[in-house]
Write a protein that binds this ligand. Structure first.
Ligand code: F6R
Length: 264
């Protein structure tokens, strides 16, 4: 895992947007895996800014979101389709038909997961999967106990997650109990994963994910098995890391190496 500790949440977003920018430059028909929640909002703002400045072009890009709530009416402002529309899609030139979220309106919900994985495969697989992390260590809505090999499927939300997400609804009772989420196995198929975390509420989960054992108790720890995962943190999210100094030293060396490699 490449662990990058930036000075604050804005620098986290700036750093992440740089990875998106260079990927889009090298591969205009990129397949992006996207996330919702509070964490990526700043990154999406940076991407919109760069698009407006003519630095990014999403014309040929395809997107697949990690998850969607089950049970909200179509057009519900807290549905992840609406979130993506508001926070990113309507501000950039991605083709609407190239943006995908799990279809939760279907009568055959049980089949939806497999269909979604097939669609991702047919698009050539995900080049860069963006992730946030739940305070309970979830990625997507893969809650503790999820199989590390799981595929996209229906998944119940834990009380902790429903409580965390209640801030977006009138009360916890309005937070859906089910979602369709990409599985951990599906996420691990992405060519690169990039997880962002900011704020002290994520510090415990981040420490367990990076420095703890690989375990279904902490679904994000499965990323230790991925060959190309970048974790970008602010100091609050990084505060419990035991090997923080080592990650910072390594990152300096990595950047030095990258600059000499591009110069030659
Ligand atoms: C969102 C998702 C979730 C969030 C996580 C963190 O698509 O899959 O795993 O990334 O719950 O949410 P925030 O960023 O709101 O703290």
């Amino acid at each position: 895992m490449r662990v990058i500790i930036e000075s604050d949440a804005d620098a986290v977003a700036e750093c992440a947007s740089g990875f998106f920018q260079s990927l889009l430059l090298h591969k205009p028909d990129v397949v992006l895996g996207l996330a919702t929640g509070s964490t990526p909002i700043k990154l999406y703002q940076k991407l919109i800014q760069k698009f407006q400045q003519g630095l990014l072009n999403f014309q040929q890009a395809t997107t697949f979101n990690l998850d969607e709530y089950v049970g909200l009416e179509i057009g519900h402002p807290e549905s992840y389709r609406c979130f993506m529309q508001e926070q990113l899609f309507r501000h950039i030139n991605v083709r609407p038909e190239a943006t995908h979220l799990p279809q939760v309106e279907s009568k055959n919900l049980l089949r939806q997961g497999a269909d979604y994985d097939e669609k991702i495969l047919a698009a050539g697989g995900i080049d860069l999967q963006l992730l946030g992390i739940g305070s309970d260590g979830h990625i997507g809505f893969n809650e503790p106990g999820s199989s590390l090999a799981s595929r996209t499927r229906i998944k119940a939300l834990t009380r902790v997650t429903r409580q965390d997400n209640a801030r977006f609804f009138n009360s916890i009772d309005d937070v859906p109990k089910l979602s369709v989420t990409m599985g951990i196995g599906s996420i691990l198929k992405a060519r690169r994963c990039m997880l962002l975390a900011t704020g002290p509420a994520k510090a415990k989960a981040i420490q367990a994910m990076i420095e703890g054992s690989v375990t279904a108790r902490v679904p994000a720890s499965a990323l230790q098995l991925h060959p190309d995962t970048i974790v970008i943190l602010d100091p609050d999210a990084a505060k419990l890391l035991q090997f923080k100094d080592y990650y910072q030293d390594s990152e300096l060396l990595q950047r030095e190496l990258e600059s000499t490699t591009t110069e030659t």
